[in-house]
Design a protein around this ligand. Sequence first.
Ligand code: SF4
Ligand code: MG
Length: 336
Amino acid sequence: SKRILEVKNMHFSFYTYAGEVHAVNGVSFHVDQGETLAIVGESGCGKSVTVQSIMKLTPTPPGKLKQGKIEYMGEDITHYTQKEISSMRGKEMSMIFQDPMTSLNPTMRIGHQIAEGILSHENISKEKAKQKAIEMLIKVGLPNPEKNFMSYPHQFSGGMRQRVMIAIALVCNPKILFADEPTTALDVTVQAQILELMNTLKREFKASVVLITHDLGVVAKTAQRIAVMYAGKIIETGTARDVFYDPKHPYTWGLLDSVPSTGVQSTKTLLSIEGSPPDLFDLPKGCSFAARCKYCMNICREMPPEETVMANGHKASCWLLDCRAPSVPSQKRVSR
Ligand code: SF4
Ligand code: MG
């Protein structure tokens, strides 16, 4: 299938008064047409920064893309200007966030906000744009579109506002949708409906999705592939099946252990791994997970583990996968 996005060896830092924050430390991944890639990790692991950096949504300064290459549809967009990237927003790449209120204009009618996106990319009449916006409202499951068209964001519930964001994001048929914790602020029933909607529309619009989440329950429902991030690196990546049922990295084992078997996520999901992530001002010279890892060996503190590539493109970076390592502890199983 067709390659939509490729990120190669991205390094991104924030230069603050207190020093350099190493937010992203050599991240590589790709997204093919029609698939959902989930980027999973604790808050502060660099998953949002990675995507914001692609869309040039990080504050620059203090943020800086130090190294790496970003290719969209085979074209190198790494050094595109703000203007060039913003002309792609909506039409090629779109983004939705946890809190739609931060992206919606509180003083502008919902319908006009959708139509505005259409008019900025397509050369059609206002009347046609309005028609298209109404069709889009129906597609995202907002009944009574004539009335909703004239509503303001504050008149909607959180779930309805996220539906509006999805409408705005998809109305110009982008090839890729970045969704940063899109359901985190919603209650569980609404979460499921929004994920279902994203899955349906992804197929209808033949779009690809990059889903950023700390919630493995969300991932299980939507993603074909998973990239697990820790301290600014992807430490394991593979098909959802491989990562869920044959995880290779101790951090992934910890994540999966913390998924309640009911499938209902608590807000503490990722906090059940003891300890905290390393200081991004001063990363350890060996494996970033060493301080929290039950299986830590001497070499782990000395050298960062290399990436081991297994069957089916499943990759993980852990010294336990090195052929010289002592026998790997019995693989953790997810009981569901
Ligand atoms: Fe643990 Fe060592 Fe693997 Fe890092 S490299 S996850 S410290 S076993
Ligand atoms: Mg985030």
